[in-house]
Design a protein around this ligand. Structure first.
Ligand code: ATP
Ligand code: MG
Length: 283
C-alpha cells in the first residue's frame, strides 16, 4: 500500500503542537530535532519536517499528501490546496501597526506611506481592496524594528499577544487577516481512505480537547433540573449512590461555557463535582 506523507514545521511556533496532535492521534514515530523524515511505525505515514514556507507548495505538488501550516502562509503562497480541518492552535492576526503617537491612525492615512512586511502578497491585496496607495517594503524578518530604524512608516506583521509590538513601541490599528494552523491536503489526498481515517482521528482529538468529563452528586429529586442543563454526548449517565435518594451524574461539558455551566450546576444542588480531561471522543 502507498504510504502517505504529511509535512509539518521542523522547528518554530507550530512544531510542538503539530507533533503533539499527531501523537494524540495514536501515531508512533521518532521525533529527533535532526530528522527530516520520520516513518510512523503503526500507520502507513511518513512525517516530513520542513520550513513552514515550503509546506503549501509541497502539498500543492503532491510531494506531501497532507500538511499542517498557518493560513497566513497558505494565503501568502497563493497555492491551490484543500482545507481539510482547522486545528485550533497557532492563532494569530496579521495587523498593521505604527509607532505610538504616530499621525497614522486610520487606514487612509497610509496613502503615500511605506509599510514593511514579510507578507507582501496578502498586504498588496488588502491595500488594493481598501484603495490605498502605499509602498510595500518586503523584508525577511525582524519587521518590528523597521519604523524605529526609519526604514518604513508602518509595519504589517503577525501578532498574537501583542507583546512584541508593545516592547518595540508600536501600536496596531488595522486587522489584515486572522489565522490559525490548518490541515491541508493535495487534490488526490481528499479521495484517499487513509486520509479520511486520519482526519477522523484528528477530529476526535479536537472534539475531546473542547470538552471535559464531569461527575457530580445530586439529590434524586433535583435530577430533572440537572438533565436540562447537561446535554452529554447523547444524554447524561445517571448512577445510584449507596446513600438512598442520591445519584451520581456523569456527563461532558463544553470548554467554552465550562464555568457558567458549573455555577448553574451548583445552584441546582450539585455537590462533589469532579472534572477530568477527555482523551478522544469517537462519534
Ligand atoms: P520557519 O523556520 O519554519 O520558516 P517561521 O520563522 O517562518 O518558521 P514561526 O515564527 O515559527 O515561523 O511561526 C510559524 C507560524 O506560527 C506562523 O506562520 C503563524 O501561522 C503562527 N503564529 C502564531 N502566533 C504567531 C506570532 N505571534 N508570530 C508569528 N507567528 C505566529
Ligand atoms: Mg517561515
Amino acid at each position: 500500500m502507498k504510504r502517505l506523507k504529511i509535512a509539518i514545521q521542523k522547528s518554530g511556533r507550530l512544531n510542538e503542537k503539530s507533533v503533539e496532535l499527531l501523537e494524540h492521534c495514536g501515531l508512533n514515530f521518532e521525533n529527533y530535532k535532526s530528522s527530516l523524515i520520520s516513518p510512523v511505525s503503526n500507520f502507513p505515514l511518513d512525517i516530513l519536517f520542513l520550513r513552514d514556507d515550503d509546506i503549501p507548495e509541497y502539498v500543492e505538488d503532491g510531494i506531501a499528501d497532507l500538511g499542517i501550516v498557518g493560513e497566513n502562509v497558505i494565503n501568502e503562497t497563493e497555492v491551490d490546496v484543500a482545507y481539510l480541518q482547522r486545528l485550533g492552535f497557532g492563532k494569530c492576526s496579521l495587523k498593521i501597526a505604527v509607532q505610538n503617537n504616530n499621525s497614522i491612525q486610520e487606514l487612509h492615512h497610509l496613502n503615500g506611506k511605506s509599510i514593511a512586511t514579510t507578507y507582501p502578497v496578502i498586504l498588496e491585496k488588502f491595500l488594493k481592496k481598501h484603495n490605498i496607495n502605499a509602498e510595500i517594503r518586503t523584508i525577511s524578518g525582524s519587521v518590528e524594528i523597521s519604523p524605529g530604524l526609519g526604514l518604513s512608516d508602518a509595519i504589517c506583521d503577525l501578532v498574537s499577544t501583542g507583546g512584541t509590538l508593545k516592547s518595540n513601541g508600536l501600536v496596531a490599528f488595522a486587522d489584515v487577516m486572522s489565522s490559525e494552523a490548518v490541515l491541508i491536503g493535495s487534490e488526490s489526498a481528499q479521495k484517499s481512505e487513509l486520509v479520511n481515517e486520519l482526519i477522523q482521528r484528528v477530529q476526535s482529538v479536537l472534539r475531546a480537547k473542547e470538552t471535559k468529563y464531569v461527575v457530580l452528586n445530586i439529590p434524586k429529586e433535583n435530577l430533572p433540573l440537572i438533565v436540562k442543563l447537561l446535554p452529554g454526548v447523547k444524554s447524561p449517565t445517571v448512577v445510584p449512590l449507596a446513600e438512598a435518594d442520591w445519584v451520581a451524574v456523569h456527563t461532558v461539558i463544553q470548554e467554552h461555557d465550562f464555568w457558567e455551566k458549573i455555577s448553574q450546576l451548583k445552584q441546582a444542588g450539585a455537590q462533589g463535582i469532579v472534572v477530568m480531561p477527555i482523551e478522544k471522543i469517537i462519534l
